[in-house]
Design a binder for this molecule. Structure first.
Ligand code: ATP
Ligand code: MG
Length: 393
C-alpha cells in the first residue's frame, strides 16, 4: 500500500487542447514548491496528479502544495492495486486513522468514482461493497444524507482511497498567463492584488517605491517580506526598488498641493511603464480599489492610466476592505502589512487631495517638471534583486 498526495486540478483539466501544457506547467510548479523536501515520484493519471510520500513529512508537503496554483484540493490517499483484498486493507486503515482523530464520528458515506469503465461493478455497487467493509470492521453507521465523513474511492487502473480533501487556492499554474509588474507597497492591498493575478497564472515581479532616508530600512524589509510571501506561491521573483524622494520634492516645490498624490501616482506609473517596456512585462498590477481613498476615484484612476499603454490590472477594484483583509489573512500577508512602517514619504501628502482631476489639468500642473529626466534618474539609481526561491525554510 502506497501513500500519495492526490491533487485535484479543477479548471486546469477543462482547458481542452492546452490541457497537456497546463498539466506540465503544474507538475513543474509542484516540483519547484517541493524542492528540498523528501518525496517520491510525481505523476499524472486520468485528471489528477499524484505525489508519492516518502518519509514523515506529510504536513510540510501539504503546506507546500497549498501554495501551488492550479490545485483545487489535496487528498492524503492510499494507492493500492485494484483488487478487493488490497482495497479493504486501505479502507480499514484510513477509517481507523480517521476515527482515531475524530472519535465523535458516528456516520459515513462512500463515494465512488469509477474511472475504469470496464470494471464489472458500477459505482453504486462498488460503494455498497466498500460500505460493507467499513460496517464489518467498525461500529459506525451509514448516513447517505448528512454523514460525519466520506470515504472516497477513485477506481482507475489502481485504486485510490481517501477521506480528507484539503482545500487549496485553485487558479491556473504559474507562468500560463504572461508576466506582470506589481506595484507593491507595504499596505494590505497590493500583496493581495499580486496574489490574485498570480493565481490566474501571471508571473508576478514587484516594483516598490520608497523615500529613504525619510522612510526607514525596516519599511523596505517589510515590503521584501511581502514579496517573499508572494514568491512562496509563484517562485523566485525580481524585486525592483526605486527611491522616489527626489521626485516627491520636485512635485512639492512646483505643483499645487492638492495634486501631490495624483502626480506622485502618475510618476509611479511612469516608472512602472518604463520598466515594463524595457523588460517585456505584459501588464501592470496595482492594489487600487474604487473609492477606498481619495486618490482612487474614477477620474483619479483614469488620469493615472493615461501614462501607460500597458494594460493595468486592478483586481481589487470592486472588493470591500473586509474581503481584502480576509484574503490577506488567508495568504499570511496581513500581519506583515499592518506593521507600522511607512513605505513612502507621507510628509508631502496633502490634507485635501483633489478628487476630480482631469488629464489636461494635471498635465498643465506637470509642465514645470522634466518628467523624462526625473524618471530616468530614479531608474538609474534603482536597485534590483531576486527574492524567494531559496532553499531555506
Ligand atoms: P495598499 O494597501 O496596497 O498600499 P492603499 O489602499 O494604501 O493600497 P494607496 O496607498 O493609494 O492605496 O496605493 C494604491 C496602490 O498604488 C497600491 O495598492 C500599490 O499598488 C501602489 N502603491 C502605493 N504606494 C506604493 C509604493 N510605495 N510602492 C509601490 N507601489 C505603491
Ligand atoms: Mg498604501
Amino acid at each position: 500500500m502506497k501513500k500519495v498526495m492526490a491533487l485535484s486540478l479543477g479548471e486546469v483539466i477543462l482547458k481542452g487542447k492546452n490541457r497537456h501544457r497546463f498539466i506540465e506547467k503544474l507538475i513543474k510548479s509542484v516540483k519547484r514548491n517541493l524542492r528540498n523536501l523528501d518525496h517520491g515520484r510525481i505523476y499524472h493519471n486520468m485528471g489528477k496528479i499524484y505525489v508519492e510520500v516518502s518519509g514523515d513529512n506529510e504536513e510540510k508537503l501539504i503546506n507546500r502544495l497549498k501554495h501551488v496554483f492550479g490545485i483545487v484540493y489535496i487528498a492524503p490517499t492510499y494507492e493500492v492495486e485494484t483488487n478487493w483484498e488490497t482495497i479493504e486493507e486501505a479502507v480499514v486503515k484510513i477509517v481507523d486513522e480517521t476515527l482515531k482523530d475524530h472519535p465523535e464520528y458516528k456516520t459515513f458515506k462512500v463515494k465512488t468514482n469509477r474511472g475504469d469503465k470496464k470494471f464489472p461493478l458500477n459505482s453504486m455497487e462498488i460503494s455498497a461493497k466498500i460500505g460493507g467493509m467499513v460496517l464489518k470492521n467498525f461500529d459506525i453507521k451509514v448516513d447517505v444524507h448528512d454523514p460525519d465523513f466520506f470515504v472516497y474511492c477513485d477506481l482507475k487502473k489502481d485504486t485510490y482511497i481517501y477521506v480528507d480533501k484539503i482545500k487549496a487556492h485553485g487558479g491556473l499554474p504559474t507562468g500560463t498567463n504572461g508576466r506582470g509588474l506589481l506595484l507593491l507597497s507595504g499596505g494590505i492591498d497590493s500583496p493581495v492584488a499580486g496574489f490574485l493575478m498570480a493565481k490566474r497564472g501571471v508571473l508576478v515581479d514587484c516594483l516598490h517605491f520608497h523615500s529613504y532616508p525619510f522612510t526607514s530600512e525596516r519599511a523596505e524589509e517589510k515590503v521584501k517580506k511581502l514579496a517573499e510571501d508572494i514568491s512562496n506561491f509563484s517562485g523566485e521573483l525580481t524585486f525592483y526598488s526605486v527611491n522616489i524622494l527626489d521626485i516627491q520634492k520636485e512635485i512639492n516645490i512646483n505643483c499645487p498641493e492638492d495634486e501631490m498624490t495624483i502626480i506622485s501616482r502618475r510618476f509611479m506609473m511612469r516608472v512602472a511603464d518604463k520598466i515594463a517596456r524595457d523588460n517585456g512585462y505584459d501588464c501592470i498590477i496595482t492594489g487600487e480599489n474604487l473609492g477606498q481613498v481619495a486618490s482612487q476615484t474614477i477620474d483619479g484612476l483614469k488620469v493615472t492610466d493615461a501614462i501607460t499603454d500597458k494594460i493595468v490590472f486592478r483586481p481589487l477594484i470592486g472588493m470591500d476592505k473586509v474581503n481584502i483583509i480576509d484574503i490577506a489573512k488567508d495568504i499570511d500577508t496581513y500581519e506583515t502589512s499592518i506593521l507600522p512602517y511607512e513605505d513612502c514619504c507621507t510628509v508631502f501628502l496633502p490634507k485635501h487631495p483633489l478628487l476630480t482631476p482631469s488629464i489636461e489639468g494635471i498635465e498643465k500642473s506637470e509642465e514645470p517638471l522634466d518628467c523624462d529626466k526625473l524618471v530616468e534618474e530614479a531608474i538609474g539609481k534603482m536597485k534590483i534583486e531576486k527574492i524567494g526561491g531559496s532553499d531555506e525554510e
